[in-house]
Write a protein that binds this ligand. Structure first.
Ligand SMILES: [Zn+2]
Length: 319
């Protein structure tokens, strides 16, 4: 069989034109099959390559689309992040401004507290105030805030808040002390005579030497005579306890009230007594009514202040 294939041949005849001689050549019978198979393989390979190329182009296109969409998404995200950062930076600036304003307010409170101390008579040193408060006027050259600037501002705000915390604690303690001292002062004021015993301010006879209205001889007057209409209200001039009530031809209907620090007040020539011995009385409370009982020439109140049993000028005890 091998020999048979080997010997068989195809003869090709080529006739160029009528005048030329015919050319012929022989090829082994196997050659056309080999050529056909080769051509077929070439076509298959070409088709395969074409399909591969088309697929690659498609994948590349898909990838490009995806990359583009990712790129757009990324750009959007970056923009959003930038906006958020900007917003946060603005918040930091706003917060810093608020903190600064609050610090200024705390400084004001501190100043007020110190003023109260001064009024009270305490001699605390005045702390120098931080000139943090600023006006509303704005202007100047603007440039976008850098990250470092915002960070610095944040750091300053944090420090300011820490300082303020400390300051508020100090203020709280200081105000508690001031309140206690103010309460003590208030208590002291309550038990110290400091108001007028009647609404009238007409003093008909002062403290000290005077001409006696009955004998016209120089005598010592131990209190204030305050002229007032009959039955005008007589108020006790400080918190205290009624030490005595009574009536005699000299003092008329009279009340003695004892207060703190050895102080006593005496109300004479009353038309009526409204309190009893041992009764607790509050500053401003009505204890009797103006009259002209005892050694008196007309309706008036004889008001006397005694310190450790000695009559003193009531002037410092009248506002
Ligand atoms: Zn008198």
């Amino acid at each position: 069989m091998k020999l048979k294939w080997g010997k068989k041949r195809y003869t090709f005849v080529i006739i160029p034109d009528a005048n030329s001689s015919v050319r012929r050549f022989e090829v082994p019978k196997l050659i056309p099959y080999i050529a056909g198979a080769g051509l077929l393989s070439l076509v298959i390979v070409t088709l395969f390559l074409y399909v591969l190329h088309a697929r690659t182009v498609m994948v590349a296109s898909n990838l490009q689309t995806r990359v583009y969409s990712q790129d757009t998404l990324y750009a959007t995200t970056v923009q959003e992040k930038n906006e958020t950062i900007e917003q946060l930076q603005n918040e930091v600036i706003k917060l810093s401004k608020q903190t600064s304003d609050m610090k200024s307010q705390i400084d004001d409170i501190r100043k007020l507290e110190e003023e109260v101390q001064t009024i009270k008579g305490s001699d605390k040193k005045t702390a120098s105030a931080d000139p943090a408060s600023t006006g509303k006027a704005m202007g100047g050259v603007m440039h976008p805030a850098t990250q470092d600037e915002v960070k610095d501002m944040l750091e300053q705000t944090r420090t300011m808040l820490t300082d303020m915390n400390e300051e508020v604690d100090n203020l709280k303690n200081s105000i508690v002390n001031t309140k206690e001292e103010a309460l003590a002062v208030q208590q002291k004021q309550r038990v110290t005579p400091s108001i007028w015993p009647v609404d009238s301010r007409t003093i008909t006879s002062g403290f000290g030497l005077r001409q006696d209205p009955f004998t016209f001889r120089p005598t010592y007057h131990s209190g204030y005579d305050i002229s007032a209409p009959l039955n005008s209200k007589v108020k006790v001039t400080a918190d205290g306890v009624v030490q005595s009530t009574g009536s005699d031809s000299l003092h008329g209907n009279n009340i003695v009230v004892s207060h703190s620090d050895g102080l006593r007040t005496w109300y004479m020539h009353l038309n009526k007594i409204n309190v009893d011995k041992g009764e607790k009385v509050e500053k401003g409370q009505v204890i009797g009514l103006v009259g002209s009982t005892g050694r008196s020439t007309g309706n008036h109140l004889h008001y006397e202040v005694l310190k450790n049993g000695v009559s003193i000028d009531p002037k410092p005890y009248l506002k």
